[in-house]
Ligand binder design. Structure first.
Ligand code: F6R
Length: 612
């Protein structure tokens, strides 16, 4: 969702901010803008559409600003157009603001300002906020920074903001509640951004602003206070992210790069945590909680989208191996359902970004009701990672493609590690099984690499389905969530309508859709439901449906039955999702490319959904 980049220092601000905004394009947006302090004059340039269009506007201007703020907007209040794009001026046009999040009580504040004679150009809550700040500043005859503090004490909602002030050219003021904001610290220069990707080529030293904190950079110094005006220490962290991790590295799309990175990302996720030689799993992040987890009455996974699908795989893993009762909840439903939390419950959030608003709120609710809360996150230092009692990072590296691929397999890898370690600690699996599962897990990266060698064949299959208008994905047991994930991948990047079902549910409705125009993807590996899935395939073929099946290597029986078969190596049943999802990612990718879709930034989607 919206992206923030701001700079104050000795470099040219405009090109630096534009480059930073391009780095944030993956988050999803519909307009872009920049405010620059040039020769002590505050100018705003903004445009609906891509950052490249904004860059075009700036091309012929002679800009020398050393202070500026830039934004990519994903519309919430007001349609995507030039006027609603950020930054927004205050009434006097001496202040400008960029904002991620939603000010929930903006309508009431706006009414008060209208009664005082203010007028508004845009339909945004953001313009209300900056005019409110200026009104407070005028009324209290105080500094901008004090006015920001007083205003934010009145505001309900979520925000990450940066404010630029014509009267203080070497100053930027930032604040956060609920939306991420990272401050990069260089030599006599400061960078502000929604995540570290625009910052890492300049500095690795960062401060993650906490909720209810205001950061002011002035005369080359950073000062952080909370909304009660108490000074806070700036906790400087060193980030490990490398530049090549956020570049395409020769691939046509980030999504393809990330699909092909999976042998490595799964290996990275396992590294240092698993040893078949000593038959041991070591999860440093939760080692103090493992015994308690093994005694948990119930585990509740809260997540959204693909991460929710990973949670469903986690349900099979924990129930099968550790015999712990698991529920998997959409975070957005959990938080509004007055959920029952009992002593001994663990609530575990799964989130690639660690910033998803609903997942964060679900976790806060669970914490307030006494659950032990854990996190499985990819982005180090993210809000969820910092809120939880403990957690396990997925170490998949930055995921830039909006459609989640390597984050999913890394989440499932962490869930497998956690379930196996818990089962071992609880005694629900014996030493032999423990060792066998560890060996199986270690072999997964090579098996994924083996599947990826079939990319060309999968591309050929996708050519025959490019113009389909519907798809059904079917799987059973631990492969049912994979069917859901396959359908989600296809619909989000190709815009083909797709549904995922447990294969046995087909007879209870979806079978009515089957005819010669309906492609049906089966996950039909050799596992405990194999015979049943074979029957389901026959039922589809009897109705002339076109079947693509993901099968175990060497399975000639299903190959003889279906239109297309894609082989995956044999694996422990509980680990199969790590393999069976790969062909579905590739199928979706190639279909979307052939349909001419913007694979990395599909329409209407945002990478990190920071509003509910
Ligand atoms: C789908 C996808 C989304 C995310 C969902 C949760 O490809 O990317 O469904 O999985 O928005 O995001 P995180 O995992 O960041 O909480």
């Amino acid at each position: 969702m919206c992206g923030i980049v701001a700079y104050v220092g000795h470099r040219e601000a405009a090109p630096l901010i534009i480059k930073g905004l391009k780095r944030l394009e993956y988050r999803g947006y519909d307009s872009a803008g920049i405010a620059l302090l040039d020769e002590n004059q505050l100018n705003i340039y903004k445009k609906k559409g891509k950052v490249a269009e904004l860059e075009n506007i700036l091309k012929d201007k002679k800009l020398h600003a050393k202070t500026g703020i830039g934004h990519t907007r994903w519309a919430t209040h007001g349609e995507p157009n030039d006027v609603n794009a950020h930054p927004h001026y205050s009434h006097s046009e001496t202040l400008a603001i960029i904002h991620n999040g939603i000010i929930e009580n903006y309508a009431a504040i706006k009414q008060v300002l209208i009664n005082k004679g203010y007028t508004f150009e845009s339909a945004t809550d953001t313009e209300v906020l900056i005019k409110f700040i200026e009104d407070i500043k005028k009324h209290n005859a105080c500094s901008t920074e004090e006015a920001v503090r007083l205003a934010l004490n009145e505001v309900v909602g979520a925000y990450a903001i940066v404010i630029i002030d014509e009267e203080n050219p070497d100053q930027l003021i930032a604040a956060r509640k609920g939306s991420p904001l990272v401050i990069g610290i260089g030599e006599n220069e400061y960078f502000f951004a929604s995540d570290a990707t625009p910052i890492i080529e300049y500095t690795k030293e960062v401060v993650y602003l906490d909720d209810f904190e205001i950061a002011v950079v002035k005369n080359g110094k950073l000062n952080i206070r909370n909304l009660q005006n108490q000074e806070k220490d700036a906790f400087i962290e060193t980030i490990e992210l490398e530049l090549e991790a956020i570049e395409k590295g020769g691939y046509e799309h980030f999504m393809l790069k990330e699909i092909f990175e999976q042998p490595r990302s799964i290996a990275d996720c396992l590294r240092g945590r698993i040893s078949s030689e000593n038959a041991h799993i070591q999860l440093g992040g939760i080692s103090n909680h493992l015994e308690k987890l093994s005694k948990a009455k119930r585990i509740v996974f809260v997540a959204c989208g693909t991460s929710w699908h990973a949670g469903l795989v986690g349900e099979y893993l924990f129930e099968e191996l550790a015999r712990i009762n698991v529920e998997v909840e959409y975070a957005s439903e959990f938080r509004y359902r007055n959920p029952i939390i009992k002593e001994g419950d663990f609530v575990i959030a799964i989130s690639q970004s660690g910033e998803t608003a609903d997942t964060l709120a679900a976790l806060e609710l669970a914490k307030s009701r006494g659950a032990t809360i854990l996190g499985i996150c990819n982005v180090v230092g993210s809000s969820i990672a910092r809120l939880t009692d403990a957690g396990v990072y997925t170490h998949a590296g930055p995921e830039i493609g909006v459609a989640s691929t390597k984050a999913f397999t890394a989440q499932v890898t962490v869930l497998a590690l956690m379930a196996i370690a818990t089962a071992h600690s609880k005694g629900t699996i014996n030493e032999d099984e423990y060792r066998r599962l560890i060996i199986e897990l270690e072999s997964i990266p090579d098996k994924v690499a083996d599947i990826l060698t079939q990319a060309e064949e999968i591309k050929d299959i996708s050519k025959l389905f490019t113009f389909a208008s519907n798809f059904i994905f079917l799987g059973r047991g631990v492969n049912f969530p994979v069917a859901l994930e396959g359908a989600l991948k296809l619909k989000e990047i190709s815009y083909i309508h797709a549904e995922g079902y447990p294969a046995a549910e087909m007879k209870h409705g979806p079978i009515a859709l089957i005819d010669e125009d309906m492609p049906v993807v089966f996950i039909a590996t050799k596992d405990s439901s194999y015979e049943k899935v074979v029957s389901n395939i026959q039922e589809v073929k009897a109705r002339k449906g076109r079947v693509i099946a993901v099968v175990s290597k060497g399975d000639k029986d299903i190959k003889g039955m279906v239109d297309f078969a894609i082989e995956v190596p044999m694996a422990h049943e509980m680990l199969q999702p790590l393999l069976t999802v790969i062909p579905l990612q590739l199928l979706s990718y190639y279909i979307a490319v052939l349909r001419g879709r913007n694979v990395d930034q599909p329409r209407n989607l945002a990478k990190s959904v920071t509003v509910e």
